[in-house]
Design a protein around this ligand. Structure first.
Ligand code: BEZ
Length: 186
């Protein structure tokens, strides 16, 4: 099921007039930066956890057999590590299209690993979007990922690319690595 969020995101005016905006990436944006950026820095956001709870009907699955991709869920006290990109506002047109299946831009405080912080944006798929699949046992999530593929390739590659990227950055994520371990069973 698709739920096109492009028009809603284009109405987001929080950073209107800014020539540069920080974008926090926690999923595919970490390993697939297919857009121009001015600089990138290791960063994190507080109060959110990464979960494979969003359905993918357009990238890593199909309308009838959706894959599972990442979103963030509110989690007081949690810290989600990722990569922050400084981009120009024009880049959002590309990202809004790429992430149109339920993801909305949200303003967040981004903490850079080397010290300071800036307000920026993150794409989040909340539990009221049509493509949301929600919580499931991590083994079931791995089984669905193993069985899914879409126009952007096997869902399995999305998971392993992300896990490899987190390892190379020296970042832990118990949920991602647990699903990755279960993937070996399928
Ligand atoms: C990200 O990597 O930050 C991201 C994940 C899913 C949708 C959009 C962005």
């Amino acid at each position: 099921m698709s739920h096109n969020t492009i028009a809603i995101n284009q109405r987001m005016d929080k950073f209107d007039g800014h020539h540069r905006v920080w974008l926090f990436g926690y999923g595919s944006l970490i390993f697939k930066a297919d857009f121009p950026f001015i600089e990138r820095r290791l960063a994190s956001i507080e109060g959110w956890s990464r979960r494979f709870w969003q359905g993918s009907h357009d990238h890593r699955g199909t309308e009838t057999a959706p894959g599972r991709v990442l979103t963030l869920t509110p989690d007081p006290g949690a810290v989600c590590a990722g990569m922050a990109y400084l981009i120009t506002p024009e880049v959002f047109a590309h990202l809004d299209h790429r992430e149109k299946n339920g993801y909305l831009r949200l303003a967040v405080n981004i903490n850079f690993d080397d010290g300071d912080s800036e307000e920026g944006l993150v794409y989040i798929a909340t539990d009221d979007n049509a493509a949301y699949l929600g919580e499931a046992p991590e083994r079931d999530i791995a089984r669905q990922i193993a069985a899914s593929a879409g126009p952007s390739g096997p869902n399995r590659d999305y998971l392993t690319n992300l896990a490899d990227a987190l390892r190379s950055l020296g970042k832990d994520d118990p949920h991602v690595f647990a699903v990755e371990r279960h993937l070996a069973e399928f």
